[in-house]
Structure formats: structure tokens, C-alpha cells
Ligand binder design. Structure first.
Ligand code: KG4
Ligand code: ZN
Length: 345
């Protein structure tokens, strides 16, 4: 395959990011020539969560400089990339518009094609940026806004096995963290606190465990944590550990069900691959548990390093490489989308 180099831009939530990635072989891995990320955590911290208006303004202020840094660090000029890619959704619409409009202007100015990237697809393909992973594979996409199990047959070709019927896994982490008085984003803080806790102190529910299908539910878990904080003496480390253990049980049970669906759908697939992506996949305890599940079920686990699980522009640039390779470019009129499911439920 001819080498393809793409500048990628990510602005769908509270990270302003740009990266340059080169693809040289069909199934990956790619070369990350630069990967610049500015986290707006300080801007949002006083509010305990991401404020869309503040995010959009911060993206406007930061993005040009971040793109310049990414190009400079890659050693390439804009004229030397093959395409410009940006997250075009789903996400906070103001931020997505900032990134997409910037990408359009750069593409137009440099005479390069544009790739409008689905943020979920960027997470879903990120494992192939890190090492060669052939299609098809089973994907657990666990982030702040999404929790899905999908069969991935190729670029833009997903089949849905399960999705959350209420909260996303990352949302459950963030809400539980808030109840424990921890700062946003709560996921990493719960993970650290849980290391010192007793996961058996609190009996928390495992909604939908053992039920047909592979859907998720986390809201009952969050409610149970709230009840405990209202009614009982709280041992924060033990509650964090008990919560994380419940999440692990839910993710493991639903993934096991989806593995059976994947094997049914792809019986000819000799090497069964299981990929995790999204911010929650940065969690070491979750990675370990799903690694053990893979070993038991005959799957091979592929999971990007933690910093490529949480939002970043390298995965957007990589999705751009994958799409550009197939000639999947987008017109400059393409619109930003707040909602953009990978496949219909
Ligand atoms: O993929 P991501 O960076 O942004 C979205 O697209 O949503 O995911 C962010 C989510 C947040 O809910 C955050 O609390 C969670 O991922 N997260 C974690 C960890 N690191 C980030 N959850 C559990 N353990 C972690 N170590
Ligand atoms: Zn994300």
C-alpha cells in the first residue's frame, strides 16, 4: 500500500487535539508522527463537568496553535499531507463545528481532500493504529457517552450486538465519582481509589446480567451507590472498589454474550479478536478482567495504550488514513452532527 499521511483534528468534547499519522500497511499499525493534545480540564473543573459553551470557546482559542504544533512536531508542512480529517460528530455540536470548519479551511487552502470522521469509528479503529489487527473483530466501545458491543467487518461496516439502554459506562464512573466527592473526570480517580478498597463491602446490583442479548444498563447501579451515600456509613475506597467490581461483572457478562454472537456470525474467522476502545478502556482493572475473559473464551485481546483510549487526534487521523485509502472523502459542504450512530439500533 502507498503511504498515506493525514492531519487529524479532534474537538468533540473537552480535548482540543491535532495529530499527524502515516499509514503504510493495510491493517496497521500506523506511524504517529505527532500527537498534540490540550485538555480543557481546568476550564471545566469549577463546574464538575463539561460546559458546552466553555468548551466551544476554548477550542476556538486553542485549535490553530495546536494544529501548528502538530505539523511542526511531525516535520511536515500542510502541503505534504495527503488529506485533512476532523471529527464531524457525534459530540458537543459547538466544538465539533470548530474542528470541522478548521479542517475545511485547511483542506481548501492546501487543495487537500477532507475526511469527515465519526468519533466512534475513530475509537473503534484505534487498535489498528497501534498494531496490525485484521477485520473482523468484536469491539467493546466504552466511553463517557457510549457503551456498545459491535462486530467490525471493515471501515464503516459495523453490526450492533448490544448498547446501553440508559447511561454509558464512563458516565456511571463520573456520576459515582461525583457522589464520592471526587473531581471530574471520575473514571481515573475511582480506579486509583478502588485499588485500596474492599470490593465486597457493598452489595451492588448487576443490571441485565445473564439476560438474553448483550445490552447494558448502569442507571440502577448509580442509584444504588446514591442510596448508600445517603443511608450508610461510606468507606470511599470500598465503595469505589465495589462499584468498579460491579462494572467489571456487567462488562464481562455482556461481552461474553456478544462473543457468542460474533462466533455465530463469523464462524470462518479462525483468529477471534476482541478490541476495547474509548476512555473506560484505559482502566487497568477492566483491561485485566476482560483479558481473562478472552483467555477463557478463546479470543485474543487487543487494546490500545491508555493515552490512545481516551480522546485524542491520532485516532481521528488514523480513521482518516483508513478512509482515504478507500477513497472515502467528503465534500466541503458536509455538516457537523451532534448525533451520529455507527449503525441503527
Ligand atoms: O473516550 P473518552 O475520552 O471521551 C468520550 O468520547 O466520551 O472517554 C471519557 C470517559 C469519561 O467518562 C472518563 O471518566 C472515562 O472515560 N475514563 C475512565 C478512565 N479513564 C477515563 N473510566 C474508568 N477508568 C479509567 N481509568
Ligand atoms: Zn471519545
Amino acid at each position: 500500500m502507498r503511504a498515506i499521511t493525514v492531519l487529524g483534528i479532534e474537538t468533540s468534547c473537552d480535548e482540543t487535539a491535532a495529530a499527524v499519522v502515516r499509514g503504510r500497511s493495510e491493517n496497521g499499525p500506523g506511524d504517529i508522527l505527532s500527537n498534540v493534545i490540550f485538555s480543557q480540564l481546568e476550564e471545566h473543573r469549577p463546574y464538575g463537568g463539561v460546559v458546552p459553551e466553555i468548551a466551544a470557546r476554548a477550542h476556538v482559542e486553542m485549535l490553530d496553535g495546536i494544529v501548528e504544533q502538530a505539523l511542526a512536531a511531525s516535520g511536515l508542512g500542510l502541503g505534504e499531507v495527503d488529506a485533512v480529517a476532523a471529527t464531524a460528530g457525534p459530540g458537543l455540536i459547538g466544538g465539533v463545528m470548530v474542528g470541522l470548519v478548521t479542517a475545511k479551511a485547511l483542506a481548501l487552502a492546501a487543495g487537500k481532500p477532507l475526511v469527515a470522521v465519526n468519533h466512534l469509528e475513530a475509537h473503534g479503529l484505534s487498535a489498528r493504529l497501534c498494531e496490525a489487527v485484521e477485520f473482523p473483530y468484536l469491539l467493546l466501545l466504552v466511553s463517557g457517552g457510549h457503551c456498545q458491543l459491535l462486530g467490525v467487518e471493515g471501515v464503516g461496516r459495523f453490526r450492533l450486538y448490544g448498547t446501553t439502554i440508559d447511561d454509558a459506562a464512563g458516565e456511571a464512573f463520573d456520576k459515582t465519582a461525583k457522589l464520592l466527592g471526587l473531581e471530574y473526570p471520575g473514571g481515573p480517580r475511582i480506579e486509583i481509589l478502588a485499588r485500596e478498597g474492599n470490593p465486597k463491602r457493598y452489595a451492588l446490583p448487576r443490571p441485565l446480567r445473564g439476560r438474553p442479548g448483550a445490552d447494558f444498563s448502569f442507571s440502577g447501579l448509580k442509584t444504588a451507590v446514591r442510596q448508600i451515600t445517603l443511608e450508610q456509613k461510606v468507606y470511599p475506597a470500598d465503595l469505589a472498589a465495589s462499584f468498579q467490581a460491579a462494572v467489571i461483572d456487567i462488562l464481562s457478562d455482556r461481552t461474553r454474550a456478544a462473543m457468542a454472537m460474533f462466533v455465530r456470525d463469523f464462524p470462518q474467522c479462525a483468529a477471534r479478536r476482541f478490541v476495547m476502545a474509548g476512555g473506560v478502556a484505559a482502566n487497568g482493572a477492566i483491561r485485566d478482567a476482560l483479558g481473562a475473559l478472552c483467555a477463557a473464551e478463546g479470543f485474543v485481546l487487543k487494546v490500545p495504550p491508555a493515552k490512545l483510549c481516551t480522546d485524542n487526534a491520532a485516532m481521528v487521523a488514523w480513521a482518516g488514513v483508513e478512509r482515504a485509502r478507500l477513497g472515502l472523502f467528503d465534500p466541503l459542504e458536509v455538516a457537523a452532527r451532534a448525533r451520529w450512530p455507527l449503525c441503527a439500533a
